[in-house]
Design a binder for this molecule. Structure first.
Ligand code: 13P
Ligand code: SF4
Length: 328
């Protein structure tokens, strides 16, 4: 069923859209946001798509409706725009599971390893890492790295997913996890499958290996959209944060979606009221600490270079060189 805003919501949507024009602002929105928030978004996507979008924006203001590490990444990738968050308290429990100091100490035990850092982390942790990745490109990044041994932080479940695809690598995980995805169980999924035997199961790689094992597809949030759009199946059981189901139903109304999900209350802290207030008062400004900016930027640059490496040999060479590995 398509989402219809209430009269009050529509009024807020109209005011936000008018202010966006007046103030030269763009609203970026993660897939897990509230359905009424989608209505003011200029772009909705997964972490990777939002990073790519943020880097190319030419606007005075970017309002980031997601969680803090995402807005911090946008501020890092686009130093020309001012990045605002509607709620400063919208954090990510997974990103809080590692500190730069702890990583600095841990990596001393593995001098030959490259540190691969999931984008769900602070800029300070990224600066202690060799390269960044997202749920969409983690396997490709790990595969393309010249190192055999990889320290993977902070998500042990995404690390397990990567390790399963790449037995030739030695992946050593940090023991962090997303509490929202960790509580999703394979038993509920299998019950849902009994009720909808023709449905394909789609899981996020932050789910446990037990959940990943019963899924037909393990993909990022935008990957879920792609799978559901391109598959010949018409029914899907989607296991991730609950907001994703609204997004799938909105984009693909001719298909059926069932969900085994849990709510990320941080993602839901962003409301239309707070987005309006953020635009009116031009707050809360996201600042990337200057001392970590170059290191975090390098982790992102290497990610983008390795991503392009498959079809651009110059970038591939540059990426390998930046790890001290020459291909000549
Ligand atoms: P995606 O990059 O797949 O959107 O994941 C971000 C996230 O926080 C999932 O919990
Ligand atoms: Fe972080 Fe989990 Fe919320 Fe995603 S769902 S933002 S990983 S706490």
């Amino acid at each position: 069923m398509a989402f219809t805003p209430t009269e009050h919501q529509q009024e807020l949507i109209n005011r936000i859209n008018a202010l966006k024009k007046e103030k030269d602002a763009i609203v970026l929105c993660h897939n897990y946001q509230r359905p009424e928030v989608y209505e003011v978004a200029d772009y909705i996507g997964d972490s990777l798509a939002l990073c790519q979008e943020a880097a190319g924006i030419n606007a005075r203001l970017i309002v980031f409706s997601g969680v803090y590490f995402m807005a911090e990444s946008a501020a890092l990738l686009n130093p020309h725009s001012t990045v605002l968050v509607p709620d400063r308290q919208a954090g990510c429990a997974l990103s809080d599971m590692i500190t730069a100091k702890a990583l600095h100490e841990w990596k001393k035990d593995y001098p030959d390893a490259a540190v691969v850092c999931y984008v769900n982390s602070t800029a300070a942790v990224k600066a202690e890492s060799d390269i960044c990745c997202t749920s969409r490109n983690a396997v490709d990044i790990a595969r393309a790295l010249p190192h055999k041994q990889l320290l993977f932080v902070p998500d042990k479940n995404l690390a397990a997913f990567v390790a399963k695809q790449l037995p030739e690598k030695e992946i050593i995980p940090w023991q962090g996890y997303c509490p929202i995805h960790e509580r999703l169980s394979p038993e509920y999924l299998l019950k849902a499958k009994e009720m909808h035997p023709n449905a394909e199961i789609i899981a996020h790689p932050e789910c446990t290996p037990e959940v990943q094992a019963v899924a037909d597809h393990v993909v990022s949030t935008s990957g879920m959209m792609k799978v559901a759009r391109e598959s010949s199946a018409t029914e899907f059981i989607c296991t991730t944060e609950c907001g994703m189901i609204q997004r799938l139903k909105k984009e693909l109304p001719h298909k059926s979606f069932f969900t085994v999900c849990s709510v990320c209350f941080d993602m839901k802290k962003n409301t239309l009221e707070k987005i309006l207030s953020s635009l009116e008062n031009e707050e809360f400004v996201v600042e990337v600490p200057e001392e970590v900016r170059p290191g975090a930027q390098l982790a992102f640059d290497r990610m983008f270079d390795l991503m392009a490496a498959t079809d651009d040999e110059d970038r591939a060479r540059r990426a390998r060189k930046s790890f001290g590995v020459s291909s000549e």
